[in-house]
Every structure is written in C-alpha cells, then in structure tokens.
Design a protein around this ligand. Structure first.
Ligand code: BGC
Length: 744
C-alpha cells in the first residue's frame, strides 16, 4: 500500500515536472456545466474576437452572444459597458476577455524588450511586466499580446525590437519572467493579465529579415532553437495563451500548422490555455495560396487547433456549414471553447467582470517611473569608453546635439499605443534638471529627426562643439523605423547623422555618442569616430534620467548585448551559436586588402570566410563594458567526469579591480564537442548578475544540471548525449578560459 502511495506521489510529481500548467478540477466542472448549456452559435461566439474600432456595432454583436473577446478597448467605461452587455444581456452571461498589445509598458513605458533583455536581469524584467499589468488592468484589459519570444537573428527585421534577441536560453529566461510579471501570482487577481506568447512559430526567421516573409526551419531547428522559449513559458510560467504567427514555414502557414499546434503544443507540452490567431492570419492563408477561400481557411485553422480568431470573422461565417459538411468536428469546437472558458474562469472574470477604472491613482505612479528608470539604466550597453572618458568628470560646458536628444515620442520605441510622450523625460530635459545650474549646456539638435538630410546647420555644430569640454551626440533611429512591417535593408545611421559625427570629430572636442534605436545598427565607423558609445535602444519614458545617471556615473553600466552586432548587412545572419562548418576560419585568412594579384585558386586556403569583412562581428553577443573592471579567477569544476543525473558545480573568484562599484553579468557557455548531429560552437547555459564594490572579491558558484544539456539529436529524441564538453565562464560570448568535462 505504502509503495502504491509512493508511486502515485512520484507520478504526480513527475507529471508536474513535465507540465506545470495548473489544473483546477473545480474549473473543469464549471466548464462542463456551462458547455452543456451552450448552443452551437454561442460556442462560435466565444471563438470570435472583435476589434474595438466600431464599438456601436460591437455592442450589438456582443448582445447576440457572438463575441468572446474584444481587442483594444482601453477606456474603463467602454470596457464596463461592453462587459455589462455580455454579462447581463446574453443568455448565459459569459464575460468578455479584453485584450491589448501591452508590449513594454502600458502608460509607463519601459525600454523595448530587446533593451530589457540586455539587462540580463529577469527580476527587473518581471517587475516591469507586473507594473504594465497593474496599469493596463485598471482599464479593463485582462489579456496582453506579449511576450514576443521569437528568436530574432536578423536586425533587418523591424520586429527584432520586440524580441529578446538571438538566444534561446536568454529568451526563455526573459519570456518566463515577462509571463510571470503579467500573470502575477494568481490569474484571478484583478491586476493579473493573461499573457500571450507569440508568434508561434518561427516568425523571426523571415528570409532576408523582410517582415511576414517565408521561413524554412527544420523540425530539429524548431525543437532545438525556435520552440524552446515557448515550451519554457508553457511549463515554467503556466502561460495562458499563445498566438499563431503570420509566416508560412516550409510552405505551411502557422495558423494551419498541425505539427506546431497539435503535436508540439498540445500533445508534447500539454498546453491547457487557448490559441488565438494573429490579426487576420486565418484569411491570409488564402493570400499565402494555402487555401482557396476563407471557408477553407476557417476549416484548416480549426482543424489545426486555432481556438480563437482575431478579427477576420471566418469562424462566425463558416463553422456551422463546415460542421454540416463534416469538414470539422463538434469535439474540436468543444475543445476550443473549453480552452477559452478555462482562461476566463482562471481570470476570475465570471465573479469579477467589471473594473473600477481608478486610472489616475495607478498610471505613472512614482514607483512605476522609478522602476522604468532602473530598467533603462540596466539596459543601456556601454560599447566603448576610450581613456575612461565616462563617467563625465566635472565638465564646465557640454554641447548636446542630435535628433534624439530631445525626442519624447521616439525614445518610447515601437508598439506604444497608450504611453503618452508628454510624460517622457528626454536626455536633454534630465540634463537640464540635474545639472543645468552648474554646467553650461549648449543644445542644438542640428538635425530635426533621424532621417533628416539637411546639413545646413553643421557649421553651428562645429562652432558650439569648439566651445564645449565634451559633446553628447544623440543619434539613432526614430521609433517608427522599427517594429512590425518596418524592415530595412540598410542598417547604417539614417540621413546625415554620420556626417554630423564626422564634422564634430574634426573639432577635437571629445565625443560621447548615445545611440537610441530599435535594433543593432551598423555603426563601425561611428564607433571609431567617438570617444565613448552608449547603446540605449529605445529606453522608454524615463530614458533621459537613466542616461544622465549613466553619463555622470550615478549608475554604472552593466548591460550586455542580447544580440550580435554585425559590421555590415552582408554578414547577416550572424549569431554566436552558429555551427562550426567543416572549414572554419582560423584567423590566418587573407582579405581583399592583401590577396596577391593573380593568386592561384587554392592559395588562400579554403575557409568559410568573408574576404571583405571577415567573420568577426562589430560586437559579440554578451558584450558590454562597465566603468569598473572585473577579473575572473581560475574556473574549477567540482568533478570532471559526471553522470547524466548529476549537477556540474562550477566555481571561480570574481574581483572588481577598478574604482567603481559595479555589477558583472557572468556568462556560462558550453560546447558539446561531438554529437549525433553537429552542435553550435557555443551555447549560453546560465548567467548570473554579481554585484561587487570597488576592490571587492567574491567566490562565485554556478550550478548546471547535466540534464540541461539536452537536445534533439539524430533520432529526434530529447536527451543528453554522453561525451566530451568544453565550458567557458566569462564576460561575453568571446571571453573566458576553456575547461573541459565529460558526461558518461
Ligand atoms: C501583430 C501582433 C499583434 C496583433 C494585434 C498583429 O499585426 O503581428 O503581434 O498582437 O497585431 O494588435
């Protein structure tokens, strides 16, 4: 008997391990009772999401029981009115779920997600999402279409701004943090909003970085790279919803992809939430050439497992006839409705459909702004600091130039629908507020916006720069140049910003360049031409004070790049965890500058290499400087031969050898030397933020379970393969001493 009890407990616990989607028997009972009462029409209604564009029409549709959700209501009175109709004027009184794109803040805007990922600080990121949820939920929003956890390795793709960058591990950690922040401790808390991981799946791998373009990801790449953050969000954060992607992978649009939606999501991961299409991604399956008409599109989406349709209305139009024609099955409809109702019950919408709408007390609260500022401080990456010019040391006169020094709208970044630029504190404003009394600040934008090509005021810039001790130049890209459908084929600074920098460089006044952008830009020559460079992404509402604190050393940069910075567009795709190839470059390659004339075909050696720009990026993944310096001691492993169920204990000393207190993001990379398939040259497996006072030293321990080294090998099974491994602990993906171990 005891043995049986033990077995049951073991099964329960191991079940929890494989799927942490919280199961609530009482909710399942309520769903069954409700589902039995529902007519087919009412079921179809639950699967339909309306857009808030025309609320007068929507009220009627809601009253007829033909809507389960409305997207983008942001006014609490309208939310309550719509909800009242659903709850009091429909037969079964099923509440609506109101969704909105709350991507990096609702009113208080945090750095773009790519910037947040640069913090390598999941606690801070979770807190940012929590605040976004607190502000949004006060208006009746109980569902956000975030986080976007697409692996993004092509900076031409404008949506890279919304991503956590190129790495599956970092994206997983950040994605889990965001889901936890949005959803709170319990979904039924009125400040909790259901998260929606998107876009499922592979959307970030669009050919050429052109948005919505085709992808060609193999099943193994899906499993080993692109799906990893989704699986983690489902299993580690009890993710409530998932959105299908726009792209067709290997010819199959995501909203009709049974492998992704059935095999992976439901069967292998046991996902219990609901799946929503992207905006009209169901009818776009006709444009893809995957369906002949909208009716077939509805059929394919339903059969693939898309539970709710965002705005395109094909479910309402065709489900009844598709059922009659036996092209879809009533059980599939019942399952979809169950999934939707489950989240509505979990959110407590049946008990608590209305919102107080006490927005004034909640929006832009002091502690929200403080967290936004801290998040921005921790997201800005110091790329160069020649002769320790930063932090600034008592300058008497500062010249401030550039189109982004005082651009309250653009510093907010892409996907900001609700944040108000009047609340933005710009770098110029913050500089004046904090130092205006003691430092002479000479400000001229010179260029009105990032694309401005008018250089007629350059003479002014030269004149002013000569009078100053230091130049602060704020360049980059406007927020509209990144985000959805904003792909670029050229990643140089827009307009004549580079020329402005070159002009200023002639004055010999030191130049600190601050780049505000939604993506990595190809800034090799601007980095050379500047004495220091801070990469600030689009830092949000409190970007100004954060940057001023960093410039003056009230805060010390600690962020690291969540994405490789290529030297030029031709190097893309460029990511640190690439495969080695059979002919890796070894550093002895010749290049276009020094190839002898009429060299013979094979005289250069045959290596996988760009003759004109090499294989080195401008800045590597994980790179980022501090005002202080850190010294890593020798890496020791507690054991060098380990079994599959063991944990590898890694320890080393870390010393702050500089003059400033600071935080170092310690990164642990691994390489599986030989497997049943070729594996990446390095993979991030863990990281840790370590705070150290100037001169302080700590012994740092990082534990890594051998079971975390799993991957899908030749037989498409997830397991660790025995063999030899290399490991590096360091401050970026290109540093660290190599140590080796073996797994038996
Ligand atoms: C985007 C989604 C977004 C949706 C709703 C689509 O165009 O791809 O990411 O959530 O619109 O606004």
């Amino acid at each position: 008997m005891k043995k049986l009890q033990f077995l049951a407990l073991f099964l329960l616990l191991s079940g929890l391990e494989t799927s942490a989607q919280v199961f609530d028997a009482s909710i399942e009972k309520k769903i069954d009772v409700l589902l039995k009462k529902m007519t087919l029409k009412e079921k179809i209604g639950q699967m339909n999401q309306l857009s808030a564009d025309d609320m007068e029409t929507n009220y009627k549709v809601i009253q007829q029981g033909m809507a389960g959700s409305v997207l983008s209501i942001t006014n609490p009175e309208i939310a309550n009115k719509a909800q009242k109709i659903a709850v009091e004027q429909t037969r079964l009184g099923i509440p609506l779920i109101i969704g909105r794109d709350v991507i990096h803040g609702f009113k208080t805007i945090f750095p773009i997600p790519l910037g947040q990922a640069a913090s390598f600080n999941p606690d801070l990121v979770e807190n940012a999402a929590r605040i976004a949820a607190i502000e949004a939920s006060e208006t009746g929003i109980r569902w956000t279409f975030a986080p976007m956890i697409d692996i993004a390795r092509d900076p031409r793709w404008g949506r890279i701004a919304e991503s956590c960058g190129e790495d599956p591990y970092l994206t997983s950690v950040m994605g889990v943090a965001m889901v936890k922040g949005f959803q709170g401790k319990n979904l039924s808390d009125p400040t909790s909003i259901a998260a929606c991981a998107k876009h499922f799946a592979g959307y970030g791998a669009a050919e050429g970085g052109r948005d919505y373009n085709t992808t060609n990801i193999t099943e193994r790449q899906f499993r080993n790279t692109y799906l990893v953050p989704f699986e983690e969000a489902v299993k580690k954060a009890d993710l409530a919803t998932i959105m299908t992607a726009f792209n067709a992978n290997d010819g199959i649009p995501s909203s009709g992809n049974e492998f992704l939606l059935k095999q992976m999501l439901r069967k292998e991961w046991n996902f219990k939430g609901f799946v929503v299409s992207d905006w009209a991604s169901i009818t776009e399956m006709v444009d893809h050439g995957f369906c002949t008409d909208n009716k077939e599109a509805a059929q394919k989406a339903i059969n693939a497992g898309v539970d709710m349709e965002m705005v395109s209305g094909t479910y309402v139009a065709f489900v009844e006839s598709l059922l009659k024609e036996k092209k879809i099955n009533i059980e599939t409809i019942n399952d979809a409705v169950r999934n939707i109702l489950r989240i509505k019950f979990k959110l407590g919408l049946f008990e608590n459909p209305y919102v107080k709408g006490n927005t004034e007390a909640v929006f832009y609260k002091k502690e929200h702004l403080e967290t936004a500022q801290k998040t921005a401080e921790e997201s800005v990456v110091l790329l160069k600091n020649e002769a320790q010019i930063l932090p600034l040391k008592n300058p008497k006169t500062i010249a401030v130039f550039g189109p982004l020094a005082d651009a309250p709208h653009d510093q907010l970044g892409t996907w900001v629908f609700d944040g108000d630029k009047n609340h933005s504190v710009t770098p110029l404003q913050a500089l004046k507020d904090q130092y205006g009394k003691n430092i002479k600040i000479l400000y001229e934008p010179i260029l009105k916006y990032s694309r401005d090509k008018d250089s007629t005021e350059f003479y002014k810039a030269r004149k002013i720069a000569k009078e100053a001790d230091v130049v602060l130049l704020f360049v980059g890209e406007e927020s509209i140049l990144s985000g959805e459908a904003h792909s670029l084929s050229n990643l140089n600074l827009q307009g004549v910003q580079s020329q402005l920098l070159a002009t200023l460089a002639k004055t010999k006044t030191p130049i600190i360049t601050v780049v505000l952008a939604g993506r990595p830009l190809t800034i090799e020559k601007e980095v050379k031409g500047s004495n220091a460079v801070l990469y600030a992404w689009h830092p949000g509402t409190m970007g100004g004070p954060a940057l001023v604190n960093l410039l003056f050393g009230k805060a010390n940069p600690s962020a690291k790049l969540p994405i490789t910075f290529p030297k030029n567009v031709g190097q893309i795709p460029m990511y640190y965890s690439h495969l080695k190839t059979g002919r890796p470059a070894n550093g002895s390659e010749l290049n276009v500058e020094n190839i002898p004339i009429e060299a013979s075909q094979t005289s250069l050696g045959n290596k996988s290499y760009y003759l004109d720009s090499g294989n080195e990026p401008l800045f590597a993944f994980g790179f980022g400087l501090s005002y202080t310096t850190f010294e890593y001691g020798k890496t020791t492993l507690a054991k060098s031969v380990l079994k599959q169920d063991e944990t590898i204990e890694i320890s080393f000393s870390l010393k702050n050898t500089g003059n400033y207190d600071g935080a170092e993001v310690v990164q642990l990379y691994m390489r599986d030397i030989a497997g049943s398939i070729a594996l990446p040259v390095k993979e991030l497996k863990a990281f840790k933020r370590v705070e150290l006072k100037a001169g302080e030293s700590k012994n740092v321990k990082v534990d890594l379970k051998i079971s975390d080294l799993v991957f899908y090998g030749i037989d498409m099974k997830k397991k660790v393969e025995a063999g030899k491994f290399d490991l590096w602990v360091g401050s970026s993906s290109v540093t660290g001493e190599k140590v080796s171990f073996e797994v038996q």
